[in-house]
Design a protein. Structure first.
Length: 260
């Protein structure tokens, strides 16, 4: 298992400075955001040739002494052709850093399961062709905010996985009700504390209601050995270095403690 810091913790900074901050906090691994029109790389600008973005990322990583271990991606569009082309560029970026699983944004509820299934069957086919697994985020205010719905989606598109974010199962409609059924499908994770409403989806550690011990134990039960990414987003309330450090310390204490 690997503890990483998401570059979404430093969206106000260019990629190289985000890497520098992350390294200064003592992280050795990073979760890179490729979120269209947000941070830190735009997939639309990588379609013709992703090499410039790859070189820029490699330079920032090398200078900071970091290893890229995960990605959080959004193509920013759901039209069949353009989204597929952007996903190919995203997967090329992942391949350049030997990243085999990436977080990808979920469908919205309004599109319906049937349309979402067709769309993600196409996307899954593209990613599998390029050796990348899509782990769709079980995100509040989307089709996958309820755990049974997230499982239904994974079963409808075999090979699709989930990204678990500790905040979304309590800040969204699920309101902290049991969600252990999603963990067998989880291949990626994001971590922060949260209250029980969307405007409280990012709370200082210890001031929210996330049962971290239960989440860690549930992941242990399914032998999860993937990435644990700290994701206190700087542009949200209660972001900032202090919260990143607090979450980092909790993960290190729980995941790196000696076996009893």
């Amino acid at each position: 298992m690997i503890i990483a810091c998401s570059t979404l913790c430093f969206t106000a900074e260019p990629f190289d400075r985000a890497c520098a901050y992350i390294a200064d906090l003592g992280f050795q691994a990073v979760d890179i955001a490729l979120m269209e029109q947000w941070a830190h790389f735009n997939p639309s600008e990588m379609v013709d040739d992703p090499s410039e973005a790859i070189d820029k990322a490699r330079e920032g990583l090398d200078r900071a002494g970091l290893t890229a271990v995960s990605m959080n991606a959004s193509a920013g569009i759901s039209d069949v052709g353009p989204e597929g082309n952007r996903l190919r560029a995203i997967c090329a970026f992942a391949n350049a850093f030997d990243i085999s699983t990436i977080c990808y944004v979920p469908p919205i509820e309004a599109v319906g399961m049937e349309r979402a299934q067709r769309r993600f069957e196409r996307l899954h086919s593209i990613s599998q062709e390029l050796g990348v697994t899509l782990a769709i985020e079980a995100h509040a205010r989307t089709m996958l905010e309820m755990p049974d719905r997230a499982v239904e989606f994974c079963e409808a598109v075999p090979g699709i996985a989930l990204t678990f974010d500790s905040s979304h199962m309590v800040a969204g409609q699920n309101q902290g009700a049991p969600f252990d059924q999603i963990f067998p499908y989880v291949r990626n994770t994001h971590w922060r504390d949260s209250g029980t409403s969307w405007d409280q989806c990012q709370q200082p550690l210890g001031e929210g209601v996330v049962d971290f011990d239960h989440c860690f134990s549930a992941l242990d039960a399914v032998d999860y050995d993937g990435v644990y990414s700290v994701e206190y987003i700087d542009s949200f309330p209660n972001g900032g270095i202090a919260q990143v450090e607090a979450m980092q310390r909790l993960l290190e204490a729980r995941l790196y403690r000696p076996a009893s």
